[in-house]
Design a protein around this ligand. Structure first.
Ligand SMILES: O=C(O)CCC(=O)C(=O)O
Ligand SMILES: [Fe+2]
Length: 315
């Protein structure tokens, strides 16, 4: 049991185990978040310093891992308010292996219902992107999704089906075919939803099954709040039906250092685009790494050092 300032209580941990998510929690107040966002926008548009600047064409990968070149994001992924809570769930030794921006502009489709165990459906040979130790019965990754803008039902709030994180409805080895023409073009159970150029229904174990949306909750969030969930939880988002309000989510993924990141992979191939992982490394967010099977990056391209949180253990 960890006893840091922002550790989860035993009740909160039990709630997370039951529901597959917990939050939202306050991190930035809305005015502060808005200021950070204003400073961030021009930096996001230029991908010159991104570790994937070798990318041939702009794709969803252009939004990946900007914590390596934007110091505000480096500070965000290591924030004690986040890391203490993640460590309560994963143990004292944790890493951040990916961050990504998920934007919904007015008129954009919602994100399809999905669950992800090892993220292999997106890669070419359906190679797992993450791997837990063989003796672990855990799967998936912890995602911390922060509302950089307000996330309301109208602008594209996340949706969860509580308690669905223990059984997969999708088989990631089936693989997905990328087709940018389906973006904003598919209707599912009466709602405009897609998966950034993929149709996640292709992975369904049972083609005739459909998610029970009557059990879904909407995670409405104020600007600057974050929520924590298992990637294996059934999750989606509402379409953005607002007139003029963008919804920007920043998703950060965490694992214990015992897990392997991109095992055997030298390239990342997703969303119709391929990038080299030569400059990639995980970020140690708390404790220590005694496994030495992952490569770590200690500082951003600007020289900002990622702080490593120490997790106190209570007796
Ligand atoms: O932001 C969204 O619409 C989807 C987020 C998501 O699927 C994730 O963070 O894993
Ligand atoms: Fe997701």
């Amino acid at each position: 049991m960890s006893s840091n300032e922002f550790s989860l209580s035993p009740e909160q941990i039990a709630q997370f185990e039951r529901d597959g998510y917990i939050g939202p929690f306050d991190l930035y107040d809305p005015a502060e978040m808005e200021q950070h966002l204003r400073a961030l926008r021009p930096k996001l548009i230029s991908t010159k310093k991104s570790i994937y600047s070798d990318e041939k064409q702009a794709s969803a990968i252009s939004n990946y891992d900007r914590h390596f070149d934007i110091d505000f994001l480096a500070s965000h992924v290591t924030r004690p308010e986040i890391v203490d809570r993640v460590s309560s769930l994963l143990g004292p030794d944790t890493l951040c292996w990916r961050s990504e921006f998920l934007a919904k502009y007015p008129g954009d489709e919602g994100t399809d219902w999905h669950q992800a165990e090892d993220f292999s459906s997106l890669t070419d040979e359906h190679t797992p992107q993450i791997q837990w130790p063989a003796d672990s019965d855990r799967r998936g990754t912890i995602t911390v999704w922060t509302a950089f803008t307000e996330a309301s039902v109208e602008t594209g709030a996340l949706q969860f089906i509580p308690g669905t994180h223990k059984e997969m409805n999708y088989d990631e080895t089936k693989g997905l075919s990328y087709d940018p023409d389906v973006i904003n073009n598919l209707e599912k159970q009466g709602t405009n939803r897609g998966f950034f150029g993929y149709d996640y229904r292709q992975l369904q174990k049972d083609p005739n099954w459909a998610p029970d949306e009557s059990k879904a909750i909407s995670a409405v969030m104020k600007q600057g709040q974050f929520i924590i969930f298992w990637s294996t939880l059934m999750h989606a988002s509402h379409p953005n039906t607002s007139q003029d309000q963008a919804r920007l989510g920043y998703s950060v993924r965490y694992l214990p250092t015992a897990a392997r990141v991109y095992p055997g992979l030298t390239e990342l191939n997703e969303f119709g685009s391929t990038v080299s992982l030569a400059r990639y490394g995980a970020v140690l967010t708390s404790g220590e790494d005694t496994f030495h099977h992952n490569t770590f990056v200690q500082q951003t391209v600007n020289g900002y050092e990622f702080p490593v949180r120490e997790i106190r253990r209570s007796a």
